[in-house]
Write a protein that binds this ligand. Structure first.
Ligand code: CTP
Length: 222
């Protein structure tokens, strides 16, 4: 696949789901892997858009491509929908929150001596939602979906299940239980799995090198 006629949308970082004006649910994603992919793809594609949750602003300062900041998982989904075009490759390196509080209190929740139970409701799965749009709207038939999988156990098996269930062309599987790679680190070790079952191992290397290898796999295999 050539990238020079493609619009690449890369997502990165966590999303944030507010509980009250001062507290939120989120996760440890730094956005570094998404930025590394955006940097690597930018010079090769027609257009690059990086859609990110709350991350350290210095990581995106001065980037030569468009960066769109969002907060919640629904915000990220809406931003992606706005950017869809028939020539899109969507690379979802973000870690969107799967749940959000059923209600957001307009005032700070005060503590009491009792335990506190917070009821959470499911957020949409962004990749599954875009896969559905791809099937339902003819003009989006050729959109290419690429996912990441953050796993701590049965890493490859869970990654493969996500590849199939989210109808992806390719998935990059991370073992996030390791402290020397993954969340927050400048290094990563990734198993790439293609829809036809082909597996490629990217042994521990910088996220920049992982990103460049992922791009090469996209160009040569999709
Ligand atoms: N993802 C998504 N929408 C969500 C959550 C995740 O599109 N609401 C995407 C991520 O960006 C990633 C892939 O789905 O590309 C897998 O995300 P991951 O967090 O590993 O898995 P989940 O699908 O959230 O499943 P689980 O948390 O049960 O492992």
């Amino acid at each position: 696949m050539q990238l020079n006629d493609k619009k690449v949308i890369v997502t990165g970082g966590p999303t944030r789901e507010w509980l009250d004006p001062v507290r939120y649910i989120s996760n440890a994603s730094s956005g570094k892997m998404g930025i590394a992919i955006a940097d690597a793809a930018y010079t090769q594609c027609k257009e690059l858009v990086f859609i990110h949750g709350p991350i350290d602003g210095s990581l995106v300062a001065g980037k030569p491509y468009r960066c769109i900041a969002v907060e919640s998982t629904i915000d990220m989904l809406e931003a992606i929908k706005q950017e869809l075009s028939p020539d899109v490759i969507l690379i979802m390196a973000a870690a969107p929150a799967d749940y959000k509080p059923v209600t957001k209190s307009p005032v700070k929740i005060k503590k009491s001596n009792e335990n506190l139970t917070i009821e959470l409701q499911r957020n949409p799965d962004i990749l599954k939602t875009i896969a559905q749009i791809k099937k339902e709207e003819n003009k989006f038939n050729n959109i290419v979906l690429i996912g990441f999988a953050a796993e701590t156990t049965d890493v490859i098996a869970y990654g493969k299940t996500k590849l199939v269930e989210k109808e992806l062309a390719m998935i990059c599987i991370n073992d996030v239980s390791r402290s020397d790679t993954g969340f927050g680190s400048d290094y990563n070790e990734v198993t790439v799995m293609l829809a036809d079952g082909t597996v490629k191992e990217l042994h521990k290397m910088t996220k920049k090198d992982v990103a460049e290898n992922i791009l090469k796999i996209i160009i040569h295999n999709l």
